[in-house]
Design a binder for this molecule. Structure first.
Ligand SMILES: [Zn+2]
Length: 512
């Protein structure tokens, strides 16, 4: 069998690590995205843990038909019964029951002998099988379990009727080859191993969650438990997107496939990050903002000549439009020339030496340089005037039961423009008021607010992408007042649009 089943536990292991739990509706939104991405099994929650969790699992079971819907339960009759009740409306229900098998868990946590634990495991699997045709059994802390005992538990729980046996590295302690050997040992020593799918569930405490999971696949595991963006207890779980893209990109080594529609990876990752309130680090493999962006001048030059020089997988394969060549002071001339050609400026129409010097000056000042900056640089030279409008005054009233109202005063040179507006929240009201003052309505395509510093007096930074007549512009603003930061970002974007209008005029007059 060369199919690896993807078991997603974002809603169980991932959710239990969040600072606040997700609502039923939020979990359903994530479950739908997982189903669209074609994960094979969705672990929707731990039904006995709370009424909310029970309701989430049963709602997902009723609503999602493309994936197996699984609930977690301890090896306790009551847990298993509640779990069965939560998943039973699913088209394909599964009960996932577990008990710790390592010496340290058995003696300190459970205070049971090995024989007692084995008896409990067998009983739990049989009980679950009476309530559900598809039962998965996990040996918690398998990574630190005595190999003889582990083989015995695996053999007996398969006999008891478990169709999937999960071998978790619960504490993220094992190292690649060692975890691979644990799986290999099970295949060599458990006589009925072929009657079940061997699964793995690796944690990332030493940063090895993904590495250990793929070593297990190399040694025969055919189900991997993972989470979107690697969310999960402590340092998290093996990350779904990494597992899937490793198996796909290195098919030469693994020779296995998954059912995942990889083009849904980026969207799902963003959605999970947004709903869970956990940002993705920019350098995160596969889904980080920089995962496909090439900064070094040498790399950018290579990419333009042949994408494969620095690209092992395409951004399109994970659902991104195209990779981004991040234009900074490290970008070389060839890249700038390429970008300018895309904007319609052929290389014999300008002086590259002069342009490049201006570009570097701007890049040093701004960090990143976008298309509209390049155009402005091309048309109006190095002295880029970005600040037609500036915010002079802002007064916002908002709160529960109050219609958000914003009054702004914006200066345009010596002219003072003042307007007030209501809106759906203080930011919306402020944007409406600024639009009225400047007469320029921008469609906000993307809005993000992040704390630049920690603590309650944190400096908030707002980044915007706006659309004006089909063209996109960036805006940013920062302040200890987040509404003011939002207003500054909008005005910054408005100034860029104004500048672009000026650029267009200059270009037209040159063409005459
Ligand atoms: Zn876990």
């Amino acid at each position: 069998m060369n199919k690896v089943l993807i078991f997603d536990t974002t809603l169980r292991d991932g959710e239990q690590a969040l600072k606040s739990s997700l609502s039923v509706r939020e979990k359903l939104v994530i479950a739908r995205a997982l189903s669209k991405m074609k994960v094979d099994i969705i672990e929707a929650g731990f039904p006995v843990s709370s009424p909310g969790d029970f309701q989430s699992v049963s709602t997902i079971a009723e609503s999602i038909s493309d994936a197996t819907i699984c609930g977690l339960s301890r090896a306790v009759d009551k847990d298993i019964e509640v779990c069965a009740e939560a998943v039973n409306k699913a088209a394909r229900p599964r009960i996932h029951t577990f008990i710790a098998t390592s010496e340290i868990h058995a003696s300190s946590k459970l205070r049971k002998s090995n024989d007692e634990i084995l008896a409990m495991a067998i009983h739990a699997v049989k009980h679950a099988r009476n309530l559900c045709g598809d039962v998965e059994f996990s040996c918690e802390d398998a990574g630190r379990t005595d190999p003889d005992l582990l083989c015995r538990v695996v053999e007996e729980t398969i006999k008891a009727g478990a169709k999937t046996i999960n071998i978790p590295d619960t504490v993220g302690y094992t190292v690649g080859y060692q975890f691979g050997d644990i799986i290999k040992n099970i295949f060599e020593r458990v006589p009925n191993v072929d009657d079940a799918v061997i699964s793995v569930h690796c944690h990332n405490d030493l940063g090895l969650g993904t590495a250990n999971s793929v070593m297990a696949v190399l040694n025969g595991a055919r189900q991997v438990e993972c989470t979107v963006n690697g969310l999960g207890e402590r340092a998290g779980n093996a990350s779904l997107e990494e597992i899937v893209m490793i198996l796909r990109t290195r098919k030469d080594i693994f020779n296995v496939e998954t059912n995942i529609n990889t083009k849904e990876i980026s969207n799902t990752s963003r959605l999970v990050s947004h709903i869970c309130g956990v940002p993705i680090q920019p350098n995160k493999a596969i889904v980080g903002a920089n995962a496909f962006s090439h900064s070094s001048g040498i790399h950018q030059d290579g990419m333009l000549k042949n994408q494969s020089t620095y690209e092992i997988m395409t951004p399109e394969s994970v659902g991104l439009d195209k990779n981004t060549l991040n234009l900074t002071s490290r970008s070389g001339r060839a890249v700038i020339q390429h970008r300018l050609a895309n904007l319609g400026y052929e290389k014999d129409t300008y002086d590259m030496g002069k342009f490049y010097a201006n570009f570097l000056a701007l890049a040093d000042k701004k960090g990143s340089v976008y298309d509209d900056d390049l155009e402005a640089l091309m048309e109006i030279g190095s002295d880029v005037d970005e600040s037609k409008y500036s915010l002079e005054y802002l007064n916002v009233s908002s709160g529960r039961g109050i219609i958000a109202t914003s009054t702004v005063r914006v200066s345009d040179g010596d002219i003072i423009l003042q307007e007030a507006a209501t809106g759906d929240g203080p930011v919306d009201a402020t944007y409406e008021a600024i639009s009225r003052a400047t007469g320029m309505v921008l469609e906000v395509v993307d809005y993000s607010l992040s704390g630049v510093t920690g603590g309650r007096d944190a400096l908030g930074e707002v980044k915007l992408i706006v659309d004006y007549n089909g063209k996109r512009f960036h805006g940013h603003g920062s302040s200890t007042d987040i509404i003011e930061a939002s207003a500054q970002a909008y005005i910054n974007a408005t100034n860029k649009v104004e500048r672009n209008i000026k650029v267009e005029e200059v270009r037209k007059s040159k063409n005459k």
